[in-house]
Design a protein around this ligand. Structure first.
Ligand code: SAT
Ligand code: MN
Length: 609
């Protein structure tokens, strides 16, 4: 196969590919029956040839080279626009090992279903072999995987999102563990049948086999359903590896924060999908002297370093960020990051060949082609970009990327932050009394749903550690793992990170947000790291420690004293209802929730009485 750039795709396994991997590739090929196999080398030429191929097929639209160099727009099938949690399965041997937050199917049954579906599923297509590393290559915290996929869009996206190709394959020997990830769009082509720009299948299965560390994904080409390195590997399978090996795989961003005195801190923060993680990861402080830099925007792998401290790496190499709401006034860093070498999916196309989405600019363009390829004007009465439209871009080209973001030892974590989207009850910021209380705060996060997953938007949903859709096992075991981690860190005698809960989304009686958010969230970070540094006092309340009067920096901030009071008001009824909700929620785990966490509810109730 040749293309206009004359790149030759490698259709034979390179001699350094381990025999077990070659055998597995042949086995999957015998089942899925692709026309050919390409062993991806990860080179720039290969990426260019792939994107060119997709432009020829209509999968990608090349954007205006002057306005958006080397960038593309993809429009998905309107039925394939987000993660499908109802079609995501954890196939552990025992149902109780998947737990109540997961859809469970017995592995033998799922294997039989998948074998039927995968039989001939890649006919008429190319199967790409994609070795990748999650984490800086060679880091003790990094882990390897291989994705087999018949989607060139997935290959191009994975080249941005992970470290991949020969640099990884050369490190995998027959003794190196790696995770098997098989993906098909599920749209075989008959001889002579013309392809569509976004092949996919109405039937979808995103299946995980935690015991054998395998992922099988059928029918979708979108985001987390198809880029299997991300949620499927780096969270679902990795959470199982982490449980077995004594570390943590978390749905957390990582930031480096420097105080006016030049003291450096790092925080890891968990928020449900589409709750502003990318914005916090790229925050530009509004308060003088503080600096925030980006280590990761979505996933953190945490472990105890040789120094006995909690350390974290970002296993990814790119951002798969939500476009709508990202604008020059809300996230200038993201806007600068995506000026070039970016793949956009389901945003609108401008008349001059650039991209636009709701919130990109204050003023709406007079005419666009919307995410479904239709003419659009401001009075069309529908969004021009899909609410879950995305940009895929390399982290290395982010202007706020921290100098230590690829440190193979990971960065030392000083604070852990849990957040959700709550219109009521949860204050702007609370510090946990101790590690166990912090784990309770993480385990009981609930949040109003967003467009990142299919389903109703704005419903209150339990989302412990923002991991509800991403657990590869029983969530209650994860909380135990966190309690154990706390004990281990204390035994090491070093600094143990403090734990916080934040809520940027509390609303007043008039339904408006009380807190301005975005860059102003730096004020909350200031309070958090002043606490870590032992510089400010806090006030004890039944739900934890909150800023004492005047200790949250509001200088130069346009906020009324009433709004500020409302942000921290203890809504005793709401708090009690939340505690009762938490108790009910814990019940669904059938005795698996650690006693230490159940006690937290009793303590809280006693204090409220
Ligand atoms: O589609 S993804 O799962 O990668 C994005 C998200 O939901 O955070
Ligand atoms: Mn996410």
């Amino acid at each position: 196969m040749t293309t206009t750039t004359e790149h030759r795709f490698r259709t034979e396994a390179p001699e350094f590919a381990p025999a077990a991997m070659v055998a597995w590739v042949d086995e999957v090929a015998a089942l899925a029956k692709p026309d050919q196999i390409v062993w991806v080398d990860g080179s720039q030429e290969e990426y260019e040839a792939l994107t060119e191929l997709m432009v020829e097929r209509g999968t990608l639209i090349r954007l205006n080279e002057e306005k958006r160099p080397r960038s593309f727009l993809a429009r998905s099938h309107p039925s394939d626009v987000a993660r499908v949690e109802s079609r995501t399965f954890i196939c552990s041997e025992r149902r109780e090992d998947a737990g109540p937050t997961n859809n469970w199917v017995a592995p033998a049954e799922m294997r039989a279903t998948l074998e039927g579906l995968f039989d001939g599923a890649m006919r008429g297509r190319t199967m790409y072999v994609l070795p990748f590393s999650m984490g800086p290559i060679g880091s003790p915290l990094a882990r390897y995987g291989v994705e087999l996929t018949d989607s060139p869009y997935v290959v191009a996206s994975m080249r941005i999102m992970t470290r991949m190709g020969d640099q990884v394959l050369r490190r995998i020997t027959d003794r190196t563990p790696w995770v098997k990830a098989v993906h098909t769009v599920g749209a075989p082509l008959e001889p002579g049948q013309e392809d569509v720009p976004w092949p996919c299948n109405e039937t979808k299965y995103i299946s995980h086999f935690p015991e054998t560390r395998e992922i099988w994904s059928f029918g979708s080409a979108y985001g987390g359903n198809a880029l299997l390195a991300k949620k499927s590997f780096a969270l679902r399978i990795a959470s199982v590896l982490a449980r077995d090996e004594g570390w943590l795989a978390e749905h957390m961003l990582i930031i480096k924060v420097t105080s006016p005195e030049g003291k450096v801190f790092h925080a890891a923060a968990a928020f449900p999908s589409a709750c502003g993680k990318t914005n916090l990861a790229m925050l530009q402080p509004t308060i003088p002297g503080w600096k925030v830099e980006t280590v990761g925007d979505d996933i953190a792998w945490l472990g105890v370093g040789e120094d006995g401290l909690l350390r974290a790496i970002n296993p990814e190499a790119g951002f798969f960020g939500v476009a709508p709401g990202t604008g020059w006034s809300t996230n200038e860093i993201a806007m600068r990051t995506i000026q070039h070498d970016t793949i956009f999916t389901n945003v609108a196309l401008t008349d001059d060949g650039d991209v636009w989405w709701e919130g990109a600019t204050e003023e709406k363009p007079a005419h666009l082609i919307d995410w479904q390829g239709q003419n659009w004007t401001p009075d069309s009465g529908r969004p021009a970009a899909h609410p879950n439209s995305r940009f895929t871009v390399s982290a290395a080209q982010c202007p706020s990327i921290a100098d230590d973001w690829e440190d193979p030892r990971g960065v030392v974590i000083d604070a852990i932050i849990f957040g959700g989207r709550r219109a009521t009850t949860v204050p702007l910021v609370v510090e946990a009394r101790d590690w166990s209380h912090g784990v309770y705060l993480g385990a009981t996060v609930s949040s109003e749903t967003t467009a990142a997953a299919e389903g109703t938007v704005g419903r209150l949903r339990r989302d412990p550690f923002a991991m509800a859709p991403f657990y590869g096992y029983n969530a209650a075991d994860h909380w135990k793992q966190w309690l154990d981690m706390g004990r281990r860190l204390r035994e090491q005698g070093g600094r143990v990170p403090r734990i916080y809960q934040v809520n940027w989304f509390r609303k007043g009686a008039d339904g408006r947000f009380l807190w301005p958010g975005f860059g102003e969230n730096s004020r909350v970070l200031e309070w958090i790291f002043d606490r870590v540094a032992g510089k400010v006092p806090a006030k004890e309340t039944p739900i934890g420690l909150v800023p004492t009067e005047g200790s949250l920096n509001t200088e130069g901030l346009d906020i009324s004293p009433e709004a500020l009071e409302e942000l921290f008001r203890l809504d005793l009824e709401g708090i009690l209802a939340d505690a009762e909700g938490a108790a009910e929620y814990f019940e669904t785990f059938e005795g698996r929730v650690p006693e230490e966490l159940r006690e937290q509810i009793e303590t809280l109730k006693a204090q409220l009485a």
